[in-house]
Design a protein around this ligand. Structure first.
Ligand SMILES: Cc1cc2nc3c(=O)[nH]c(=O)nc-3n(C[C@H](O)[C@H](O)[C@H](O)COP(=O)(O)O)c2cc1C
Ligand code: SF4
Ligand code: SF4
Length: 247
C-alpha cells in the first residue's frame, strides 16, 4: 500500500504513478476502503512544508491505523518545490518509533505550491517542471522495483534542522493570514474539502474555526473563483492544481 497526503495533486500524482508501475494501490491517508495493494512494499508520499512534514502527515505516522508486513520494502517519497528539507528524515524517524525501518528515501521537485512566495501563474512553466518531475519519478520507480536501499533525497537536511523549521511552520500555519474576497460565491467547497476541518461556512462565507491548520493551501488553490488569499502576494502568483486533478 502507498499512503499519501496531497492538497494540490503533486503527491497524489507521484503516489498513483508509483502504485500503477508497481502493482500497488495509492490511498489518501484518511481514506477508508478495502484492498491492501502490493503486500511486498509500503510507501509513504508526502509534500514538504517549511522543510518538514505537514502536521497531518506527522499525526498519521504517529497514530495512523496501518500495518506493514515484516519483510515489506518500505520507502518514503517527499515531493517539494526546492528541497525536501527534513521531511524524509522526520518520516523515517516516526516510522522507526513504531518499529518500522525505512529502506529508502526519495525526493522529487514539483511546482512549489507555497504561493505566498512562489509564482505559479504561468502554466507553461509549471508544465515544464512537471515534465522533469515525470522523468525523476520514472527513475525512482526503477529504484523501487529493484528495492534499492539508501537515502536518495537531494538537498535533504538532517532532522536536527527542525529546531529552526518547526517554529517557522507553526507560525505560517496561523489561519489569521487568510482573507476572503468579495468574489466568493458561497459554494462551500473550501469547507467541505478541507482535510483539517478548519473551515465552517457562515452566512455563505468561509470562517476559519481553528487558529492553526495544516496550511496545505488546498482551499486557496481549489476555490472556483480564487476568492481565498494568504497575505498579499498569492493573488498575483495564481492558483495551481496538478493538471490531471483539475476540475
Ligand atoms: C505550507 C507550505 C510550505 C511549503 N514548504 C516547502 C519547503 O519548505 N520546501 C519546498 O521545497 N517546498 C515547500 N512547499 C511546496 C510543496 O512541498 C510542494 O509544492 C508539494 O509538491 C505540494 O504537494 P501537493 O500538491 O501534493 O499538495 C510548501 C508548500 C506549502 C503549502
Ligand atoms: S470555495 Fe471559494 S467560492 Fe466557494 S465558499 Fe469557499 S471561498 Fe467561497
Ligand atoms: S483551511 Fe485551507 S490551508 Fe488550512 S488545512 Fe484546510 S484546506 Fe488546508
Amino acid at each position: 500500500m502507498i499512503y499519501y497526503f496531497s492538497a494540490t495533486g503533486n503527491s497524489q500524482y507521484a503516489a498513483e504513478k508509483i502504485a500503477a508501475a508497481t502493482g500497488d494501490m495509492a490511498r489518501f491517508i484518511t481514506a477508508k476502503g478495502g484492498g491492501s495493494g502490493n503486500p511486498n512494499q509500503f510507501g509513504f508520499v508526502t509534500p514538504t512544508y517549511a522543510w518538514e512534514l505537514p502536521s497531518l502527515c506527522r499525526d498519521f505516522l504517529k497514530r495512523g491505523a496501518f500495518t506493514i508486513p515484516a519483510d515489506a520494502y518500505v520507502f518514503i517519497v517527499s515531493t517539494c518545490g526546492v528541497t525536501p528539507g527534513a521531511s524524509g528524515a522526520e518520516a523515517k524517524h516516526l516510522l522507526n518509533k513504531r518499529g518500522i525501518a525505512a529502506d529508502a528515501l526519495f525526493s522529487v521537485q514539483m511546482p512549489d505550491t507555497w504561493t505566498p512566495i512562489f509564482d505559479l501563474s504561468d502554466p507553461a512553466k509549471n508544465a515544464a517542471v512537471n515534465a522533469k518531475a515525470d522523468q525523476a519519478l520514472d527513475a525512482i520507480i526503477k529504484q523501487i522495483q529493484k528495492q534499492e536501499h539508501g537515502n536518495f533525497q537531494s538537498r535533504a537536511m538532517p532532522r536536527g534542522v527542525r529546531i529552526v523549521t518547526h517554529p517557522i511552520y507553526e507560525g505560517l500555519r496561523q489561519t489569521f493570514h487568510f482573507r476572503v474576497e468579495d468574489a466568493c460565491i458561497g459554494c462551500g467547497l473550501c469547507a467541505k474539502s478541507c482535510p483539517d476541518q478548519a473551515i465552517t461556512l457562515r452566512r455563505g462565507r468561509p470562517v476559519w474555526t481553528k487558529t492553526r491548520c495544516a496550511m496545505c493551501l488546498r482551499c486557496l488553490h481549489r476555490c472556483p473563483v480564487f476568492a481565498i488569499q494568504y497575505g498579499f502576494k498569492t493573488k498575483g502568483h495564481g492558483q495551481y492544481v496538478h493538471p490531471p486533478y483539475k476540475n
